[in-house]
Design a protein around this ligand. Structure first.
Ligand code: HEC
Length: 82
């Protein structure tokens, strides 16, 4: 995924918000809260200040490439992705 593949709008596209929320509830909620609280994974509060949108998207959709090339990705435990 490239920078150009990501379109973030203000306000956010509500259709995407709805799909994203459903995906979160299905696949991510077991390990992540939307607050700072840590479960298995870190809470997502302020995650967009710690990480670039492109980084987040690639960690979700393209993790093998990230673990191979990205120094920040290599610092993670890989728990989420293994
Ligand atoms: C099995 C538990 C688990 C599930 C399910 C999971 N994650 Fe994670 N996630 C983690 C862990 C653990 C980390 C910390 C990085 C590491 O050690 O691999 C993490 C890290 C992250 C980070 C980086 C946070 C930061 O502060 O740097 C993002 C973004 C993320 N996950 C998104 C998601 C999304 C989106 C989903 C659902 C599609 C998801 N995760 C599902 C366990 C999980």
């Amino acid at each position: 995924m490239k920078e150009a593949d990501i379109s973030l709008t203000t306000p956010l596209d509500q259709a995407k918000v709805t799909t994203g929320k459903a995906t979160y509830e299905l696949k991510c909620q077991s390990c992540h809260r939307l607050t700072a609280e840590k479960l298995v994974g870190p809470g997502w509060l302020d995650v967009t200040k710690r990480r670039e949108p492109l980084w987040i998207m690639n960690m979700i959709t393209n993790v093998d490439m990230m673990l191979e090339k990205d120094p920040e990705a290599q610092k993670t435990t890989g728990t989420m992705y293994g």
